[in-house]
Write a protein that binds this ligand. Sequence first.
Ligand code: IPE
Ligand code: IPE
Ligand code: MG
Length: 253
Amino acid sequence: MSMKIPFFNNKQSKEFFHYPEDHTPDHIAIIMDGNGRWAGKRGMPRVAGHKEGLSAVVKIVKAAVKCKVKVLTLYTFSTENWKRPKPEIDFILRLPKEFLHIYLPDLIANNVRIEAIGDMENLPAYTRESVQFAIDRTRDNDGLQLNFALNYGSRREILNAMKKMFTDINDAKLSMDEVDEQQFSEYLNTAGMSDPDLLIRTGGEKRLSNFLLWQLAYTEFWFTDVLWPDFSEKEFLHALEEYRQRKRRYGGI
Ligand code: IPE
Ligand code: IPE
Ligand code: MG
């Protein structure tokens, strides 16, 4: 059993870190990469990296609450991650339950709302049911929306959205003339959420790995070589600071 890392007893962070109120991204999406390499560097099995990665999740959720981020989307398991060895997959897919078992009371106390995007139906029952329980339990909270991308793949999401949209057109629930970007977005898993303002990818790779292809059209990207288990509040605040310096033009001048 992992040690509980309390949410709000980190006195150090209050003394050392400054939290500006303005220009904080509303929606931050994170590709949490580098767990396996973190473990490999220490001669440990890859799953030890995933376990340590969970501690980073706790720290960053806490930081996001403090920074008053509205939505935090965490890429937890991709549709391509099924290519991994079964024991590693099983380990990763048990982590949401472990995380929620320990931290759900803290999350509720901090007004966090849990959400999930991705193909939940094809996840093991222990993953699906624990996440669904947390979604139901936090439905009325209006603080940070903590969104787990689980069995998520952007191309699949877009195809499914297209199929649903065409079904509605066929059933005359929607007319072709009504279809625009806004309308199409409503068929995605992220319906109702704003697009990410900031994408963070840890672990040094500079690619999207099938994450939120539609939603990231005008997002600011921030990459770091830091491996996810080493990603701390300090790096998170550094990313936010750099975001604040960016000029978002959306094609304008
Ligand atoms: C990210 O870390 C976690 C998941 C993909 C679930 P990795 O497991 O991809 O770690 P590296 O990239 O092999 O170091
Ligand atoms: C992306 O990381 C998926 C998650 C972080 C869940 P990967 O490690 O799977 O990405 P690739 O394989 O390096 O592109
Ligand atoms: Mg990886």
